[in-house]
Design a binder for this molecule. Structure first.
Ligand code: 9YT
Length: 128
């Protein structure tokens, strides 16, 4: 049994600043669950290009308002409180935050916890 409190990881290496977002890495690969879980704040007024080619990500918005644009079809998906999206095709997308958006993000395979996006919005494959 493991209990993680957000308060305890703020300001530690589990609190990662990605520029347009901050991601509080609650459960990382090392815990051995087979997935990772983040509490992420997307900053108001930002647009982030994301393409997780090496990961599947599910995102549950618990606060705020914005939209996702899937780039394969230019579809615009309004995202706000109590809305979940699953990037089940490793979908390349833009994430636009109208207000600050608080998102619970689950990754498979799990993040090691230190990842930030590269110039193409990708997280690397974890070889470890
Ligand atoms: C919602 C989203 O994909 N935000 C980018 C950051 C990423 N989810 C993370 O590492 O928490």
């Amino acid at each position: 049994m493991k209990v993680v409190k957000l308060q305890d990881i703020l300001g530690t290496e589990h609190d990662v600043d990605g520029g347009n977002w901050v991601s509080r890495r609650l459960i990382n690969k090392d815990v051995g669950m087979g997935y990772s879980v983040n509490d992420t704040i997307i900053k108001a007024g930002t647009e982030t290009h994301i393409w997780y080619k090496n990961h599947l990500e599910t995102v549950y918005c618990i606060e705020g308002e914005g939209e996702v644009v899937t780039l394969s079809d230019n579809k615009v998906w309004p995202i706000n409180k109590d809305t979940l999206y699953a990037l089940d095709k490793n979908d390349e997308h833009l994430l636009r935050a109208k207000t600050d958006m608080r998102m619970v993000c689950v990754f498979n395979p799990p993040l090691t916890g230190n990842e930030v996006h590269d110039e193409n919005g990708v997280y690397p494959v974890d070889e470890g």
